[in-house]
Design a protein around this ligand. Structure first.
Ligand code: PLP
Length: 331
């Protein structure tokens, strides 16, 4: 099985902003993109993206999950990066059109079609280190993906990092390339030195998120995760899992979680921790590494509540449970 995100549909849909308006969307080959080497994005990282999925139901209909939320976030990221304003209706049509074009290629469950909208500043102007690109382009790539857990359902090892931050505090809620570049070295170091899978960034003891997923602590009937602020990415999966947990009668607490409280609760048998994101939905965390010491979360295995919440979300995505929150859009 090819690695996640390495297989692409042969065509993408693209639209250009020339400083005044957006061009009509065009379906073009997805194997190249012509840019001036001085393009703003290549020097000053004027780039943001989204990640959402389309699912094939048993009746062969194709549904996109929470597209409205992802388009809102895409527009917000663009605005916060001073990229040209997106036309949300046009972006929505581009997504629907390109997924419809490749609807026969949407994998069956447990696979799906990962959708990657991207918006970049294209103005050839290397003197614009402190001013925005007046032109831009948005395109939507499609990548069929298989079962994330095909290798078995294992648990993750996370390094708790209290000193470094994932990215600049005011950039956290923007899904932008520079933030991943900023987190790369600490993550590589934790992998090499501690055999960690991810770094859980906890600046000054405030449990935030990992390089590309949100963090949830599940202690009995309680689900605890950081309240929304501009310092971290507002995951659609996070919101969906919290909505399902509330609906199941769980006590959902969006509030500050300190490293101290996290380690105290994690030591209790039955405690669970998980990462949430579109790619893997919900993945169990088995070990927290802190100041050279390893702390097992609960019994260190895959959490039963984690599995239940993931299943509940998957069931809605694949049409096995009622879409009671109105999260699916038909193609
Ligand atoms: C994309 C992303 C998430 C998860 O967001 P979803 O909308 O659930 O996919 C969390 N953190 C970061 C840093 C991300 O880039």
């Amino acid at each position: 099985m090819a690695a996640f995100g390495t297989v692409f549909m042969p065509e993408m849909i693209i639209s250009w902003f020339d400083g005044n308006g957006w061009s009509n969307a065009e379906v073009v080959s997805s194997d190249s993109l012509q840019l001036h080497p001085g393009a703003h994005v290549l020097h000053y990282s004027s780039t943001c993206f989204e990640g959402l999925k389309a699912f094939r139901h048993a009746d062969d209909s194709i549904k996109i999950f929470r597209m409205d939320r992802n388009i809102e976030r895409f527009a917000q990221s663009s605005e916060l990066l001073a990229l040209p304003e997106l036309d949300k209706a046009a972006t929505e049509k581009m997504i629907l059109d390109i997924v419809a074009k490749f609807k026969n290629d949407v994998p069956e469950a447990p696979g799906s079609m990962y959708i990657r909208p991207t918006h970049i500043g294209t103005e050839p102007a290397i003197g614009k280190a402190a001013s925005p690109s007046l032109t831009s382009c948005q395109y939507i790539l499609l990548s069929p993906v298989g079962d994330y857990f095909s290798g078995g359902d294992t648990t993750l090892r996370l390094l708790l990092e209290e000193h470094g931050a994932r990215c600049a505090a005011h950039m956290g809620m923007i899904k932008s390339g520079g933030n991943y570049a900023s987190a790369m070295r600490p993550i590589m170091k934790a992998k090499a030195e501690l055999n960690a899978d991810q770094v859980l960034f906890c600046p000054d003891g405030d449990v935030q998120e990992t390089g590309a997923a949100n963090f949830l602590l599940i202690d009995g009937n309680e689900v605890i995760t950081k309240a929304l602020d501009e310092s971290f990415l507002h995951g659609v999966t996070r919101d969906s899992i919290l909505t399902i947990a509330r609906d199941l009668g769980m006590d959902v607490q969006e509030r500050q979680l300190t490293v101290e409280e996290l380690l105290e609760r994690a030591a209790k048998p039955g405690c669970e921790a998980a990462l949430s994101g579109t790619a893997a939905v919900l993945t169990s965390v088995g070990t927290l590494i802190h100041n050279g010491k390893e702390h097992t979360v609960g019994n260190g295995g895959v959490g039963q509540t984690t599995l239940k919440l993931r299943q509940a979300l998957n069931d809605i995505q694949w049409g096995k449970a009622e879409d009671k929150f109105g999260w699916l859009t038909s193609i």
